[in-house]
Design a protein around this ligand. Structure first.
Ligand code: MG
Length: 261
């Protein structure tokens, strides 16, 4: 696969608002449902019904694993609690309780294009430490978004995220990266949450029509993550909590256009 970013026309950006809006609205729906006693399966079912009602397709359900022998992702949302970083599988047995942190990631296809976004929510009123971690994740995404302008090097996004996390003595996950998005959920280029010479992104400069899913994953402890036996659920190695904030964002003529707001 070419590593060059796929640039969309302004007409295509308009079409991409449609799956993006469903994702954004579905995340608001999840936020309204989160409470102690609710299972992650209930959240999944509510979101799936919502996406279908809006004539979208849940993009994660049936998504193939890159690892041989691992079954495709079975659900419409990823629901990752506390030390789970990403790709948690919804279950009737996973019941939310006070002081949990839950990261919800949603992907939708509609009209030939994809939208992808994630938020981390606190169950109940978050404590000071949790609040600080959440605020850092939000700030990392906001700062990264502010650099999505024509003429800015792609690596500026990575640096913004890494700086936000490390300023608070947190770490960024390196195993998973942000990505281009459009007619496929994952398109080039990769957008790491850290600055790295080994990524071909280093020479890419943003231009109007690039659409990126920017997704800081910030760990309270160390950067290392482990994939559990189900082949999907990814946890921090030190079992410290993690947050995940993501939007699909277009580089518009006047700056960033958040498609999944
Ligand atoms: Mg993504």
């Amino acid at each position: 696969m070419s590593q060059l970013p796929i640039v969309k026309s302004l007409e295509e950006l308009e079409i991409m608002r449609s799956p993006g809006k469903i994702v954004g609205d579905a995340l608001r729906l999840v936020e309204s449902l989160i409470a102690p006693g609710v299972s992650t399966l209930e959240l999944d079912q509510a979101v799936e019904a919502f996406i279908l009602e809006r004539r979208g397709t849940p993009a994660f359900k049936g998504y193939p694993s890159a690892v041989k022998g691992v079954a495709p992702f079975p659900s419409s949302i990823c629901a990752s609690i506390n030390e789970e970083v990403v790709h948690g599988i919804p279950s009737a047995e996973r019941i939310l309780k006070n002081n949990d942190l839950i990261s919800i990631d949603i992907g939708v296809a509609k009209d030939g294009f994809f939208g992808d976004a994630a938020r981390t929510f606190a169950v109940g009123k978050p404590g000071r430490k949790t609040q600080r971690l959440l605020e850092t994740g939000i700030k990392a995404l906001e700062e990264a978004t502010s650099f999505m302008r024509p003429g800015v090097p792609l690596s500026r996004i990575s640096r913004a995220i890494q700086d936000c996390a490390e300023a608070k003595k947190y770490s960024v996950v390196k195993k998973f990266v942000g990505h281009g998005i459009g007619r496929a959920m994952h398109e080039p280029p990769q957008v790491p949450n850290f600055v790295s010479r080994s990524f071909t992104m280093r020479n890419i400069v943003m231009e109007v029509g690039m659409v990126l899913a920017i997704e800081p994953m910030i760990n309270a402890g160390g950067e290392d993550v482990v994939v559990l036996e189900d082949g999907w659920t990814t946890v921090t190695r030190d079992r410290m909590p993690s947050v995940h904030f993501e939007n699909s964002i277009a580089v518009g003529p006047e700056g960033p256009i958040i498609l999944t707001a």
